[in-house]
Design a protein around this ligand. Structure first.
Ligand code: ATP
Length: 360
């Protein structure tokens, strides 16, 4: 590859996700391989604004592929949401002589990249969030580990619920998206799963489900609530009032964000990090603003401009599946990024796998 790029920056932003370290490692190792200097920006976009950086070499990323969290720290930056903050961040990039920025984070971090790109900085987004709520990619780093962590925790809960013949209400993370809750609900054989993508009818979706399960001979019940679908505590109270049960409410919370990344997350992170550096290296010939991701079971990486149209196409793809994406992007060159603050829609085909009529 003709290498016009000499130095790039890498940062992690938004909520941490297991596998971020593996992605950082991959970016650094790919840079070394391609003869590019890699600068680690600490504390997300705040670090970019404040010039908080460290040069990263192979040694600095040894033995981190198996570690959760992020060695670069992560942050949410209100200042970066302002034009002034974005200009400061762009000035830091220029001061450090960065030819591009690789940002590892969620949909908010991607939106931040769009603003940075408007300041003339080449950017690449690597999707990493346990929420799996970025419309333009089929997979986000951290999702698999978080799902497995939640499943393990719920399996443990099930043992005690079964012994005491109790009802359990478990709140699963995911912000405004129900992907994680739905996936975990399927994996644990939950009595009901409440997700923000479907309006919740408490009587139909919770009370009737428990009644039906009871009639079928069950003596313990597991209700999974996505954090964006309502309060698990309130749902627990409602169950008590309606059925006289004594539900135990568990909010899994940040435990889902930590821990050793799964093999899948490590591999996805390693692949995505490599592709991100490759894309950063192509910035002279290809569209300036790139992102990398995985699409529906096949490892395909799209690149293209971040723009509103792209987000709309991606949103349609969320409903239409990958074929819809292909039809809408016949040249397969148009990448997409979550540039619009639109809710992520769970593809309908996922609901079809659910045993619960209320979600079908
Ligand atoms: P996660 O969803 O996993 O927590 P995220 O990347 O979506 O990750 P956010 O807090 O939404 O987390 O975004 C991270 C940072 O990106 C914000 O703190 C902010 O600095 C920046 N950002 C988000 N949205 C915008 C925006 N519209 N314009 C500029 N910057 C933004």
């Amino acid at each position: 590859m003709a290498n016009a790029v000499k130095r790039i920056g890498v940062l992690t932003s938004g909520g941490d996700a297991p596998g971020m370290n593996a992605a950082i490692r991959s970016v650094v190792r790919a840079c070394t391989y391609m003869g590019i200097e890699c600068v680690g920006i600490r504390r997300g976009y705040n670090g970019l604004i404040n010039g908080d950086f460290t040069v990263l070499q192979n040694d600095n990323v040894a033995h981190i592929i198996n570690r959760g969290g992020t060695i670069l720290y992560t942050a949410r930056s209100d200042e970066f949401r302002t034009l002034e903050g974005q200009k400061k961040a762009a000035a830091t990039c220029k001061l450090l002589g960065l030819d591009g920025i690789v940002s590892i984070g969620g949909d908010g971090s991607f939106r931040g990249l769009v603003e940075l790109a408007k300041q003339g900085i080449s950017v690449v987004g690597v999707p990493a969030t346990i929420d799996n709520d970025i419309v333009c990619t089929g997979y986000t780093i951290g999702y698999d580990t978080a799902a497995n962590t939640a499943v393990e925790a719920i399996d443990r809960l099930r043992d005690t619920m079964q012994s005491h013949e109790r009802c359990s209400v478990v709140e699963v993370m995911g912000r405004n998206a129900g992907h994680l809750a739905l996936y975990v609900g399927l994996a644990t054989g939950a009595t009901a799963v409440l997700v923000p993508e479907k309006p919740v009818d408490f009587d139909r979706d919770v009370i009737d489900r428990i009644r039906q399960a009871r009639l079928a001979g069950n003596t313990h019940f597991m209700i999974i609530v996505a954090e964006g679908a309502g309060s698990a505590i309130e749902i627990g109270k409602g169950i008590h009032e309606e059925l006289g049960l004594d539900p135990r409410v568990t909010i899994l919370g940040h435990i889902q964000r930590g821990g050793t990344p799964s093999a899948r997350d490590r591999v996805m992170a390693s692949r995505m990090g490599y592709h991100a550096v490759q894309d950063a290296g192509r910035r002279q010939d290809e569209p300036r603003h790139l992102r990398t991701g995985r699409s529906d079971g096949r490892h395909r990486y799209h690149r293209g401009p971040f723009h509103e149209e792209g987000a709309q196409r991606a949103a349609v793809r969320g409903a239409a599946g990958d074929d819809g994406h292909r039809q809408l992007n016949p040249d397969k060159k148009i990448g997409a990024c979550c540039t619009a603050a639109r809710p992520f829609s769970i593809p309908e085909q996922l609901f079809r796998h659910l045993p619960f009529p209320s979600l079908s």
